[in-house]
Design a protein around this ligand. Structure first.
Ligand SMILES: O=C(O)CCC(=O)C(=O)O
Ligand SMILES: [Fe+2]
Length: 334
């Protein structure tokens, strides 16, 4: 199966009511930028506020060498620039595959599918030894650069989970413990080629991340990510040497709704191609998730029932291609 060629044909064109309406995006807000080098109690306070109000923030002075991030980006542009014949070995519509190149789509009410103006390459990032032999050999440095990047991400994830725990007033290692010793860590690189008419297409449809936490690296100088703030779409403009961090559904549930997993989407543009690299941290299928006891009191009754991650994933797959409302199926009504 050949990977997609990006010619603006009807399969990419959204019906009018699903188009991105780019001119309506708000320029009033920007998501918070958090300096990881500041005094720790202040850092926890700022991060906690960002998690409550936005569910999204950017971090600077995070300790990951900028050179490595640049290498990761160059490696991925080389990978996505390979011929479609060469990329075909990874291309699949079977999303249960471990290593896969695929296209997202949006399912319309008519059940018709509109293909997103993007290609995504995904595979697990830990334990890497188990799958490294399945990863691309071209570009030559892919495996080496990815392994170095994954190692840094493990350290950064741990730091962030500790700060998020503290922000919720919990012990530092609380979230890491609940999320389990063997989390399911997946990675997804998204490539958005320039699109002749960005008003007609989407790079990724509106979604929340179903995981616990996401660390996102994006191309410098190319805007594409938008998040919802107070009902408006707000652009997340790239900041040099920063990562975008967002909370996923599992943290929203664990925090009993105090921290938000926010809808976001990716726009296309007609000038430059854009790449984003998402590192996801998700609990294993057999982990049970529900509001943490410390997050529940008379004023804050539990908003969700406890569930296994495998139940959540089943519901997620059932809603594939739609504007997913997965965690909503586990809501308790009061
Ligand atoms: O391209 C982006 O900035 C968004 C990527 C994203 O939301 C995802 O991979 O889940
Ligand atoms: Fe996402």
């Amino acid at each position: 199966m050949e990977s997609t060629s990006f010619q603006l044909s009807t399969k990419f064109i959204l019906p009018e009511d699903k188009r991105p309406q780019l001119s309506k995006a708000s320029t009033l807000h920007t998501i918070p930028i958090i300096d990881m080098n500041q005094e720790p109690s202040l850092l926890v306070q700022n991060l906690s506020q960002a998690c409550e109000e936005y569910g999204f923030f950017q971090i600077i002075n995070h300790g990951v060498p900028n050179e490595l991030c640049q290498k990761m980006m160059t490696t991925l542009s080389e990978f996505f620039a390979l011929s479609s014949q060469e990329k075909a070995q990874f291309f699949t519509t079977d999303l249960t595959k471990q290593v896969k190149l695929f296209n997202y789509y949006l399912k319309l009410d008519t059940q018709e599918k509109v293909t997103m103006w993007s290609e995504s390459f995904a595979h697990p990032w830990h334990p890497l030894e188990d799958i490294i032999h399945l990863l691309p050999e071209n570009p030559l440095q892919y495996r080496e650069v990815f392994a170095a990047y994954a190692k840094e991400m493990r350290v950064l994830m741990r730091k962030l989970l500790r700060f998020v725990s503290q922000g919720l007033g919990l012990e530092m290692d609380c979230l890491e413990k609940i999320l389990g010793l063997e989390p399911a860590l997946n990675y997804q690189a998204n490539h958005y080629p320039p699109c002749p008419d960005p008003e007609l297409t989407l790079g990724l449809p509106a979604h929340t991340d179903i995981v616990a936490l996401t660390i996102l690296l994006q191309s410098e100088g190319v805007t594409g990510l938008q998040v919802i703030k107070d009902g408006n779409w707000v652009s997340v403009d790239p900041v040099p040497n920063a990562f975008v961090i967002n909370l996923g559904d599992q943290i929203q549930v664990l925090s009993n709704g105090r921290y938000k997993s926010v809808h976001h989407r990716a726009m296309t543009n007609n000038r430059q191609s854009r790449i984003s690299v998402a590192m996801f941290y998700r609990p294993n299928s057999d982990v049970v998730i529900g509001p943490i006891e410390d997050m529940i009191d008379d004023e804050h009754p539990p908003l969700y029932r406890n569930y296994y991650i495998w139940e959540f994933m089943e519901e997620f797959r059932r809603q594939e291609g739609t504007r997913r409302r997965v965690k909503e199926t586990f809501e308790l009504r009061h």
